[in-house]
Structure formats: C-alpha cells, structure tokens
Design a protein around this ligand. Structure first.
Ligand SMILES: *Cc1c(COP(=O)(O)O)cnc(C)c1O
Length: 231
C-alpha cells in the first residue's frame, strides 16, 4: 500500500468513527507523524492531502526543513522538547503540541517575543501519570492552563495527550474521555470557548480517541509503515 492509499483508508476509518459518534468528520484533522521517514515520504503525504505533519526530533526536523519536506502542509512539533532547543523550533512550526511544563512554556514565550510573534501551542497532559512521560499532571491542568494565559507571546489552542501503552483493546478510552472533559472545561471556563485542537489518538487507537472527542489524531506507522529503529 502506498502512503496515499494508507491516508485514504485512514480517512475512511476516521469518517466512520466520527459518524458512529454523531460527529462531523470534517472537524477532525489527520496529522502524519513522520519521524524516521525521509523528505520524499513527507512530500508524498502532503501530495495526498495530509492536514499537517508532526515531527519529534529537532535535528531531524531541521534537516528535513532544509529539504523542503513539508512545503504545502502545516508543520507541528509533537515530541519532547528540551529547553535548549526551543530556539530551533519557535517560529519554524505552526503548532508546538507538546508543551508539558511551565518552564518550557516560559522559554517558548521568551523566544517568540524575541521574534516578535505569537506561537501557537497545545498543553500536554500526562494523563497516565507516568514517570517516563512529560506533560502536566491532570490534577494541575486547570491551574496550569490558567497560568498559561498570562504569557503574551504564546497562544494556547487546546490540549494534547499520549496515554500509556494499551494493555487491552479500548484500554485508553477512559483516559481519552478524561482529557476530553478537561478540554471542554478549560476551554469554556478559561479560554472563552476558543480551544480548537484536542490532539489524541495514534495508529492503534485513533478511533477510540475520535469517539471520545479528539479533533486531531496523530498517525505514524499506519501511514508510513513500521519504523526501522535499528538504523
Ligand atoms: C510517533 C508518534 C505518533 C504516531 O505513532 P504511531 O503509533 O506510529 O501512529 C503520535 N504521537 C507522537 C507524539 C509520536 O511520537
């Protein structure tokens, strides 16, 4: 199956999941998680109408930017971002999805101010409370979102989450539902209903995420094939 065929088939599955949930399929964006795939693969996804591409590693993204890998689609940063690499990302991407601490948010704000821009971001929720993952603890999410409003060069557009690895089918549905509830509450009470992106769901569970209310899914291997980690 080609990248274009994979995207087509994922779009069909997204539409069915949306309809089953009584939602309009057009309100859900497909982000291609293109880590470890080359510029040609990214271009193929853009040509096939992907809504955005998401990268995890700054160095890889910078190299692929120089190859015009993303021209024609918005670019998102979706990986763990170290503070010392913020400079290489702010202003280069349309959305930083993975902002999981106040320190990182503050650094992004500082860099955006230097550039004279406002950087769109999502706040990342560590919904499973996992040590190994970044993100705000769910119980601090509301307070953190309130504080995030005070940074003038950052615009919070919604929430993002990466739940724990699923132990059983539909095992993450309850996490997705919790994040969806936070998204609705925070948008309504703190952001004047201005949130647009609830980013959750990957190759193995995007249909469950859509059932719970995702407006953006991040799909890698189901579009690009399995990643070769031993390279
Ligand atoms: C790789 C990645 C994805 C996509 O994962 P797949 O299981 O390959 O679909 C989604 N989100 C993030 C943050 C990722 O790093």
């Amino acid at each position: 199956m080609s990248i274009a065929e994979n995207i087509q088939s994922i779009r069909e599955r997204m539409a069915r999941a949306a309809e089953a949930a009584g939602r309009d399929p057009r309100e859900i964006l497909l982000v291609g998680a293109s880590k470890m795939n080359d510029a040609a693969a990214c271009r193929a996804a853009v040509a096939a109408g992907i809504d955005a591409l998401g990268e995890n590693r700054v160095q890889e993204m910078t190299a692929k930017l120089a190859e015009d890998a993303y021209t024609g689609a918005p670019l998102h940063f979706i990986g763990h971002l170290q503070r010392n690499k913020v400079r290489q990302v702010v202003g280069k991407v349309d959305l930083i999805q993975s902002v999981g601490s106040m320190e990182l948010l503050s650094e992004i704000d500082k860099q955006a101010e230097k550039l004279g821009i406002v950087q769109d971001i999502l706040l990342e929720v560590n919904i499973g409370g996992e040590e190994s993952k970044s993100g705000f603890p769910p119980e601090e999410m509301y307070e953190s979102a309130e504080k995030a409003r005070t940074f003038p060069h950052v615009r919070v557009r919604g929430l993002m989450t990466i739940p724990p690895i699923e132990e059983e089918p539909h095992g993450n549905l309850h996490y997705f539902a919790k994040v969806a509830q936070l998204y609705v509450d925070i948008s309504r009470n703190l952001y004047d209903n201005s949130f647009v992106y609830l980013s959750m769901g990957m190759s193995d569970d995007f249909e469950d995420a859509i059932a719970a209310g995702a407006t953006m899914v991040r799909v890698g291997s189901a579009i690009f094939g399995h990643r070769q980690y031993q390279q």
